[in-house]
Design a protein around this ligand. Structure first.
Ligand code: GAR
Length: 206
């Protein structure tokens, strides 16, 4: 059965754009039912409009507190009736009601090798610590900060002289490959969560 994918994004949307490009190249068993952004005038929104994908804007600035924002976000997500939610550069933590309802159906992308460097500015955190290797992670989202069972990771070596901008760009290039891979595995029903571990099942051949 086809999965309805809802994308959550806060920024320029390059990962969303690459997901759509991969879907055009080799379709997922899915269709994109919507995009939710948490602020106006994002690049992600422009990409959705261009692709004819409905956009919901739940602007954090329009709400008096986090509780009301969370309730509006949850309600907007339910309206799209998604089978899969993909956080592609979504810079908010989902509350436990949201995560509980969509348990193991929310993917999140993060620009570090989790559990190292969760939260904001992970590339800067990695450079500050002087690590030699970094990368990106796709994991199932829970209500923690970049926690939840890890699905896929991709690593790179950090060059001797590397700025935060350069590392961000290098990691982003990896993300553009990794996120579509994880979405495809999900849509093919090949991810099994077993405690903290995600097992990737063999491809079915008919
Ligand atoms: C990506 O690097 C993604 O990993 C990061 O936001 C960027 C969005 O880029 N997400 C997080 O940091 C979430 N904790 P994009 O808007 O170009 O896709």
């Amino acid at each position: 059965m086809e999965t309805g994918i809802l994308v959550l994004a806060s920024g320029r949307g390059s990962n969303f754009e690459h997901l759509l490009a991969e879907h055009a190249r080799r379709p997922f068993r899915a269709r994109f039912v919507g995009l939710i952004v948490d602020r106006s005038n994002t690049g992600a929104e422009t990409i959705a409009h261009r692709a004819g994908i409905p956009v919901g804007t739940i602007d954090f600035a329009d709400f008096p507190n986090r509780k009301e924002f969370d309730a509006a976000l949850f309600s907007a997500a339910l309206d799209f009736n998604p089978g899969l939610i993909v956080g592609a550069g979504f810079m908010r933590i989902l509350d436990s009601v949201f995560v509980g309802h969509f348990a193991h159906r929310i993917l999140n992308l993060h620009p570090s090798l989790l559990p190292a460097f969760p939260g904001l500015h992970p590339q800067r955190q990695a450079l500050d610590k002087g690590v030699k290797v970094s990368g990106c992670t796709v994991h199932f989202m829970d209500s923690g900060v970049d926690t939840g069972p890890i699905i896929l990771q991709k690593a790179l070596e950090i060059p001797e002289e590397c700025s935060e901008e350069e590392l961000t760009e290098m990691i982003r290039n990896l993300e553009h490959v990794l996120l579509p891979q994880a979405v495809r595995l999900f849509c093919e029903g090949r991810l099994r969560v077993d405690g903290n571990r995600v097992r990737i099942l063999e491809e079915m051949t008919y």
